[in-house]
Write a protein that binds this ligand. Structure first.
Ligand code: NAI
Ligand code: MG
Length: 496
């Protein structure tokens, strides 16, 4: 097994204990508590980080409030855009170190982590273009008074934003939210997942280096209940943006009602991927395998339910078995690995539990289902494929968040849409076909925020991303996210 050499600066970074960043200063938690960060491939502690509590949350929110009411308000749009561009440049200059840090604490193969960094840089650049393009409008009002009246709208930053993010794309999830915060002139308290605080710390160091003023971005690390919950309840937070489980999303929505925070939620999924009878079997099966195994299946849009036309079932299963067994499961820093460990022991326990319960529920295991025998340590699991003829097993119905695909077959087009839509979730859906009419008709009928035709997991900052049903509230990326971080003010001027 070979290992990529870490960039030298990374050792120094890991040796320095991680701190909170509040009002422009790096500091320990008021309680002095800390928690450990693990490398999931080796199950070895790589660093330790401040465990914040509600007193630190109060400090961070106060700093974000002071910055919001302070000189940050006077930054011109062009100046905010310039900060975002400088930040993107700093991230790009350090791309390899950032990617290695992602792999160290999340586990994903280094090539995937490099892709995440490249995407994060391009998203920052996309948002750098927004500050100078956030416009109000003038409206043709007809007042009862008959007076000539000017009415116009202003788009203003919503205020202090709490950003609570997960561990699966630990850099990108920060950037998806910080991009619009900085573009609109909001301020933020960022709370990364407890499994992956290090990349957030490094990102915030770069934000500081880019010249973003003190208090505009604050960072508090720690467990969800101890840090995320008080942040969601905090009466001086104006907006909360959350990505994570539907279960916690519901708690956050409830907590937000205290002061009627604006809420954006990106939650779970159990996304249907449909192969039509005319599809190119090899291409569709490759897309289906990549759609579920990418990022070890720890993706909210994972293509976890595959509906294959009956006539293609055997061929598709053969192809899926071939793709699954071709994966090289191993540490993310080994250049040969194509599938890394799951992020934590808890996530491995969850996925292993599903593998057992899926069998007990009557699903047939086509391949995988075991911990790889050649790896002694690390939270590894084989890429796995089930066939479920009844479509009633837990692996056909529930979000697993691991490299586990459940295949169903279909033959009645009338039933297909109902089956695909029969889920509490509605994040993504896909189809594989060369039939133009069928493709667009199905795309219109699927209840999902993203529909991918002959592709999967294509995400672009210019295009909205988000979920129907219990997959969330609101959209990220694109002009939709700018709306989510701004208030609209209507101004009437009586010109009589
Ligand atoms: P989670 O939803 O508990 O964690 C996500 C973030 O929320 C983390 O920063 C966490 O510290 C924070 N958090 C946890 N409890 C909180 C609370 N009571 N108040 C405020 N913030 C809180 O997800 P977890 O436990 O890491 O994973 C469990 C399952 O959630 C996964 O198996 C997967 O099904 C789903 N998940 C979905 C994600 C997505 O991208 N939609 C990302 C991560 C997990
Ligand atoms: Mg949780």
């Amino acid at each position: 097994m070979s290992t990529v050499q870490l960039v030298p600066e990374l050792h120094a970074f890991l040796d320095r204990p991680g701190q909170l960043f509040i009002g422009g200063s790096w500091q320990d938690a008021r309680s002095g508590e800390r928690f450990e960060v693990e490398n999931p491939a080796e199950q070895r502690v790589i660093s330790d980080v401040a465990q914040a509590g509600s007193a630190d949350v109060d400090d961070a929110v106060a700093a974000a409030r002071a910055a919001f009411e302070g000189p940050w308000r006077q930054y011109s749009p062009a100046r905010r855009g310039g900060l975002l561009l400088r930040l993107a440049d700093l991230m790009e200059a350090e791309a390899e170190g950032l990617a290695q840090l992602i792999t160290l604490e999340n586990g994903k193969p280094l090539g995937m982590a490099r892709g995440e960094v490249a995407s994060a840089v391009s998203i920052m650049r996309y948002f750098a273009g927004w500050p100078t393009k956030i416009e109000g409008s003038t409206l043709p009002v007809s007042p009862a008074s008959g007076h000539p009246m000017l009415n116009y709208t202003l788009r203003e930053p919503v205020g202090v934003c709490a950003l609570i993010v997960p561990w699966n794309f630990p850099l990108n999830m920060c950037v998806w939210k910080l991009g619009p915060v900085l573009a609109t002139g909001c301020t933020a308290v960022l709370k990364p997942a407890e499994q992956t605080p290090l990349i957030a710390i490094r990102l915030v160091q770069l934000i500081e280096a880019a010249g973003v003023p003190p208090g505009v971005v604050n960072l508090i690390t720690g467990q969800g209940q101890r840090v995320g919950a008080p942040l969601a309840e905090h009466p001086d937070v104006d907006k909360i943006a959350f990505t994570g489980s539907t279960q916690v999303g519901k708690l956050i929505a409830q907590a937000a009602t205290g002061n009627m925070k604006k809420v954006s939620l990106e939650l779970g999924g159990k996304s249907p991927n449909i192969i039509l009878a005319d599809a190119d079997v090899k291409r569709a099966a490759k897309g289906a395998a990549d759609g579920i195994f990418y990022n070890q299946g720890q993706v909210c849009t994972a293509a976890s339910r595959l509906y294959v036309h009956q006539s293609l079932l055997d061929d598709v299963l053969d192809e899926l078995r071939r793709h699954a067994t071709a994966h090289v499961v191993g540490p993310g820093l080994d250049p040969a690995s194509t599938l890394g460990p799951l992020v934590s022991q808890r996530q491995l326990d969850t996925v292993s539990g599903y593998l057992q319960r899926g069998l007990a529920d009557g699903a047939e295991l086509i391949c995988g289902g075991q911990r790889p025998a050649h790896l002694e340590r690390g939270h590894f699991i084989e890429p796995s494929v089930f066939l479920d003829r009844q479509e009633r097993s837990c692996v056909a119905r529930e979000e697993i968040f691991g490299p586990v695909l459940t295949v169903m077959s279909w033959s009645e087009p009338e039933e297909l849409v109902a089956r695909a839509n029969d889920s509490p979730y509605g994040l993504a859906a896909g189809l594989w076909t060369n039939d133009l009419r069928a493709a667009h008709q199905l795309a219109a009928q699927l209840k999902a925020g993203s529909v991918w035709i002959n592709c999967w997991n294509v995400v672009d900052p210019a295009s909205p991303f988000g979920g129907y049903k219990q997959s969330g509230w609101g959209r990220e990326m694109s002009k939709h996210v700018i709306d989510a971080y701004t208030e609209t003010k209507s101004v009437f001027v009586d010109l009589a």
